[in-house]
Design a protein around this ligand. Sequence first.
Ligand code: SF4
Length: 358
Amino acid sequence: MAPSTHPDLLSLEPDALHQALVRHFENRGQRSYRAGQVQRWIYEGLARSATEMTDLPAAEREALSESFRIDEPVVDRLSESRDGTVKHLWRLVDGHLVESVLIPTEHRLTLCISSQAGCAMGCTFCATGWGGFDRQLTPGEIVGQYRASRRWSEEHDRGAITNIVFMGMGEPLANRAALHPALTILNRGYGVGARRITVSTVGVVPGILELADRPEQFRLALSLHAPDSELRRELIPLEKRYPLAEVLDALQRFDEAGGKRITFEYTMIRDVNDALELAPRLARIAAQVRAFVNLIPFNPIPYQDWVPSTPERIRAFASALVAGGVEVAIRETRGRDIEAACGQLRAHALTQMGKARR
Ligand code: SF4
C-alpha cells in the first residue's frame, strides 16, 4: 500500500496545526473550537489515531482520519538494562528502524532520540556510522519517539521525561529541515522547556549558526572527541569539511547569543585519544567557549577493536582538565548490557539481517 499523502498531524508546528485544523472543521461546517479539541488530544492525550478522540462526534473522527494521518513509530523491540536504562527500537511507517533510549538518573529521566535513520557521517567510534545512512526522519517521526516514550514511561511508572537529548542515531544538524520544526513542536506543543533540550552535533557549522540565531535557549553539545584537527579527522570525517577552528568560531557565536550552555562530549578510547598531553589543549578550547566537558568511557561496538580508557586514566584526564579551569563530569556508561550506545541495537539487527554495509 502506498504511504498516505495526507498531512501528518505530528509533523506540523503548533500554529500550522491549528490553522490546518480550523480550515478542516470550517470546511465541514463545524465550529473552530474543534481544532483546540484535536490539539489537546495530540499534545496532552498523545492520541495515536482520531478514533481515540472521544469528545469528537463519530462523523468528525472519521473525517479527520480521512484528511490527516498520525505517523507515530511503533515498537519493534524493547530492552531494559539492569541499571534501569530502557532502549526502544522503533519501526517507522516504511519499515526503517531507529532507536531511542530512556536514561533514569536520580533527579531526571532523559530521553535520547534519533534524528535520522542511520547516519552518513561515518564516525569511526560509532555503531550508527558503521551502519550507513537510510533516510532523513520527518519532524513527526522525531517527535513521535518522544510521544511513544512518554506514553511507555507513564504506563510503566517511570515518571515524566525531564530532558531530551538529540544523541541517538543521526546528525541532527544534517537534517535541519526536520530538526527545527521538531524543536518548536516539542517546546511549544508538548511544553518541553528549551533548556531541557540538547542538540548534539559533530560540528555542522551552518547548523550551529542557525541554532545560535533561534530565540529559544536550546542547549548544544559538540561531539569533540579530540582537541586538535589531526586526531579529530581520524575519528570524525566531517572534520575535513568543517575544521575544528571553524567549529569553535561558530560555538563562540552560539555562546555570545547568551545563556546557551555548550557541552563538549569526549569519548575516552584507550591509546587513541586519552594521552594526558591532550588535556591542556582540550582545557584551552573549552575555556574559549565556556564549555562543560563530559568524559565518556568508550562503549565497544561490533566493528572496532578499540577499548575504553582505564578508569585511572579517565580520572587523571579529568583532574588535568580541572587543573586547567574546566568544569568536568565523568559519565558512567549506561545500559551496556543492552547495547544502549548510539546505533548498537540497530547495528546488530542489521547484521542479523545481513545488511551491515562496511
Ligand atoms: S557519532 Fe553521530 S554523527 Fe557520528 S556517525 Fe554516529 S550518529 Fe553519525
